[in-house]
Design a protein around this ligand. Structure first.
Ligand code: CMP
Length: 139
């Protein structure tokens, strides 16, 4: 089925001017960027987005990192987009990421891992609504 998923290019990647190279990997995999904006999150906003991780030991590190520089939030659309995006990203820990994936090529550590992608269609809908209104999605 045609799906949409929420993707974030994280501060470690925007700082190194990797937005275009990462977008090329998404587009080459058949994912269409149907919405995109570059924003600066506050620690509070990052905490709202990652609320599901509130009790994790790395929550403070994660939210401060996500507020440490610009992020590019985007909606990717395509056949099986949630899983396809996760394949293009590679494993959370770059040490485990398959060759050619975004994280294998660009991520610096498990925390500074260049990209976020929704983990299921239901969370994708919630995460898209966190950043975008329906009018901002142009297929
Ligand atoms: P992401 O897909 O954005 O979802 C939650 C994030 O938490 C994850 O990617 C990692 O970047 C981050 N994360 C997971 N484990 C750790 C860890 N041990 N230390 C720091 N950050 C982590």
């Amino acid at each position: 089925a045609i799906e949409r998923t929420l993707s974030i290019i994280k501060p470690d990647a925007t700082k190194r001017n990797l937005t275009g190279k990462i977008n090329a990997k998404f587009e080459d995999a058949g994912l269409r960027i149907v919405a995109q904006k570059r924003i600066q999150l506050t620690v509070d906003q990052a905490g709202q987005f990652y609320a599901v991780h509130k009790e994790r030991p790395f929550f403070g590190e994660l939210t401060e990192f996500m507020a440490s520089g610009p992020v590019v939030v985007q909606v990717l659309e395509g056949e099986g987009a949630v899983l396809k995006n996760r394949e293009v990203m590679g494993a959370t820990n770059p040490a485990d990421a398959a060759p050619g994936t975004v994280r294998a090529e660009f991520a610096e550590s498990v925390g500074e891992n260049s990209v976020h992608g929704s983990d299921a269609p239901e969370t994708a809908a919630e995460e898209i609504a966190f950043f975008f209104s329906g009018l901002e999605l142009v297929g």
